[in-house]
Write a protein that binds this ligand. Structure first.
Ligand SMILES: [Zn+2]
Ligand SMILES: [Zn+2]
Length: 671
């Protein structure tokens, strides 16, 4: 080394402490580390990988307290200033230390102590031939509406958020792909990020993209990749080799130095919201990222979120519509309501629905029964003393899983054998109450012994790859009746499906949660949308006790516009989001009183003009895994005012050093 001189590295570390630390680094001035590189340092008696966010000549930290950084990962190109700005924005907006946002967003193999995995991945990637031909193959002809949309998106310059509002089956994917083709053609190094809500939807779309752009490298990023794969794909994006990155919400934090277009498919889907740790909305971060880079972004849905619909109505987003189904002669299914008071269900199925399934079996077409409840029955009970299978650790019930002969709590995973008799009175006649997918499957098997029935839910697809296998079976036509939860409702393109039966959606009608009806409507429209996509006339039967309910009326008429406008009006009158901004402080403790006490203190610890702080209350499901949970809702009609308050408030709360475990969620979805 010639004339090594110290410089000081400001390094963000993944810790809840707030969160940039100075380290000394001796090096040749010509070889100074760069902002955006990773470095190995010792921190709190451990060695950890941190992110360099500043390189300076002087530091305020006293010399005797300064430690040397241990290594700089110079083989990895620095993360760009734009990526750092994205992480910085997310940290700021969601009120988390930078290190807690930036580092978990990177592949695990980048954050380990050795560089073996990194070096191996770099070598592999260097050997990999990068194809360079964006010419699309087999471009189908679009209908006029699709073509207008594809040209508008593909030809957009600058920050242009577009809401692509297209009915189910209207060929939104094809619009995305043709817009992508235009961008790939125009921007020689340009990269495109495509987000989908579910891992299960990536294989179908991945296949389509690969077939369409055989001369372009595609990287996928989602949680079911192995760490090695994730590293390789992340690097391909980081180095700009992958021109298209397809992923679930975590992909929003990937490094894309030449990003030119963002596509968010099924933008209304709650899966875009991370529900633990950094509770971010990938959709909202994507819009910010597009704004920061001044590039177009398209948000697609048949049932847009009210937030996006509101932006489209107010002109902040451009709205493009696809009113017709793409496949020739394919029309939206006929939706009928079956009054369960008149047509009393037997084993959960009304005679109308049974007859419709029988008809499909005779014609060799597929049926889908949708029920958003897995397991056999949500609870078992004793009719003589009233005992019910409550979880001993949660404010919830133990769900009966009959094939496994178990009772299982879906919240804390507690399991036990099905008791032979009532634990309270000894009665041997204990009965399942209500029904889940397993029970529906059993009932169908008894009714239609010849039919090939397949159940798809979180239980049947626990093994890696089994969900894909199950969906493939449906696509190959080897299934007559499909029974499933919301896993089957989204995005899938089932060619021979002509009947959708919705078993009992009524509970959501009377939920306390003001978002429940928005969600139910979207779910019903989405699951209905699986039917009749290939041009065979199809129908949707909804079993309900409230056929007069306006929500069902809107579903029958496929009328999202009016439904959304009415909901928005209600929200405005009641001063609810999107006309109000919220944050939720949650606290957990062994005793509910401790959690409430902490929240009360938090409520009273600061002046807050312009901000409404509600009283602390227990969460609806108060106890999970022997921990009691309470929450405090903070609201303001002004987002900047709320943000300013939260910033101050978090500083104060962090200084309190309470032993209560607490967390803040900005823009909460479940209240
Ligand atoms: Zn009993
Ligand atoms: Zn439990």
């Amino acid at each position: 080394m010639n004339n090594p001189r110290p410089c000081y590295l400001q390094i963000a570390i993944d810790t809840p402490l707030n969160a940039v630390f100075d380290y000394r680094w001796q090096c040749d001035p010509a070889e100074r580390p760069q902002v955006g590189q990773l470095a190995l340092v010792s921190f709190a008696r451990r060695e950890v990988v941190g992110l360099i966010v500043g390189v300076v000549d002087e530091t305020d930290v006293p010399m005797e307290k300064l430690k040397d950084a241990l290594a700089v990962r110079s083989q990895l190109a620095p993360l760009s200033a734009q990526w750092l700005a994205l992480a910085g924005f997310a940290a700021d907006y969601y009120q988390r230390p930078l290190g807690e946002v930036a580092l978990p967003g990177l592949p695990k193999n980048l954050r380990v102590l050795t560089t073996v995995a990194l070096d191996r991945a770099l070598k592999k990637l260097a050997k990999l031939e990068t194809p360079h031909d964006p010419t699309p193959s087999n471009m189908p002809v679009l209908n006029p509406q699709q073509q207008i949309a594809a040209d508008a998106i593909g030809g957009a310059q600058g920050f242009k958020p577009t809401l692509l509002y297209g009915v189910t089956g209207s060929g939104k994917t094809e619009v995305y792909l043709q817009a992508c083709a235009q961008v790939l053609e125009r921007e020689p190094d340009g990269q495109i990020l495509i987000l989908v809500p579910e891992i299960n939807l990536t294989p179908q779309l991945e296949g389509n993209i690969r077939a369409r752009f055989p001369g372009v490298m595609l990287a996928t990023l989602h949680s079911s990749l192995s760490e090695g794969e994730r590293m390789l794909h992340w690097l391909a994006a980081h180095q700009g080799k992958a021109r298209i990155v397809l992923g679930t919400r975590l992909a929003i934090l990937s490094s894309l130095p030449h990003l030119k277009l963002i596509v968010i498919d099924e933008e209304h889907d709650p899966s875009y919201k991370q529900q633990e740790g950094l509770r971010y909305s990938a959709r909202d971060l994507a819009v910010w990222r597009a704004w920061q880079l001044q590039i177009p972004i398209v948000l697609g849905s048949a049932t847009p979120s009210l937030e996006s619909w509101h932006h489209a109505q107010s002109g902040r987003y451009r709205k493009l519509e696809l009113r017709e189904r793409a496949v020739q002669n394919a029309v939206l299914p006929t939706v009928k309501l079956i009054d369960m008071e008149r047509d009393k269900p037997n084993d959960g199925l009304t005679s109308h629905l049974v007859a419709a399934i029988r008809q499909r079996l005779e014609r060799g077409e597929q049926s889908l029964l949708f029920l958003n409840r897995r397991g056999y029955a949500p609870v078992i009970c004793c009719e003589s003393c009233g005992w019910i299978s409550e979880c001993t650790r949660c404010t919830s019930f133990m769900v009966l899983h009959r094939p496994e002969h178990r009772l299982r709590c879906h919240h804390c995973s507690l399991e036990m054998r099905i008791p032979r008799h009532c634990p309270t009175c000894g009665n041997i006649d204990i009965q399942p109450l209500g029904r889940g997918t397993q029970r529906v499957e059993e009932g169908l098997q008894a009714l239609f012994p010849e039919a090939r029935i397949l159940r798809i839910d979180a239980d049947s697809t626990r093994k890696k790859g089994s969900a894909q296998e199950a969906f493939d079976t449906v696509h190959r036509g080897e299934v007559d009746i499909l029974v499933g939860t919301q896993m089957v409702a989204k995005g899938h393109d089932f060619k021979r499906l002509t009947l959708v039966g919705i078993m009992n959606p009524d509970t959501a009608l009377f939920s306390q949660d003001y978002r429940a009806s928005e969600r139910l409507f979207a779910q019903l429209m989405q699951v209905s949308g699986r039917a009749g996509r290939a041009g065979i006339p199809s129908e949707v039967l909804i079993q309900t006790r409230y056929p007069q309910h306006p929500l069902y009326g809107a579903v029958v008429h496929h009328d999202y516009d009016h439904f959304a406008s009415a909901l928005l009006e209600e929200r405005e009158q009641a001063a609810l989001p999107p006309y109000l901004f919220q944050a939720l402080l949650r606290a957990e403790a062994r005793e509910l009183a401790t959690a409430i006490e902490f929240l009360t203190m938090a409520r009273d610890c600061m002046q807050h003009p312009g901000i409404t702080i509600n009283d602390p209350i227990p969460m609806t499901m108060t106890r999970v895994h022997n921990v009691d949970r309470a929450q405090l809702l903070v609201e303001s009609p002004s987002r900047p005012a709320l943000q300013a308050f939260l910033k101050e408030w978090m500083l104060t709360l962090r200084e309190m050093k309470s032993r209560v475990k607490w967390s803040l969620e900005v823009d909460p979805l479940d209240i």
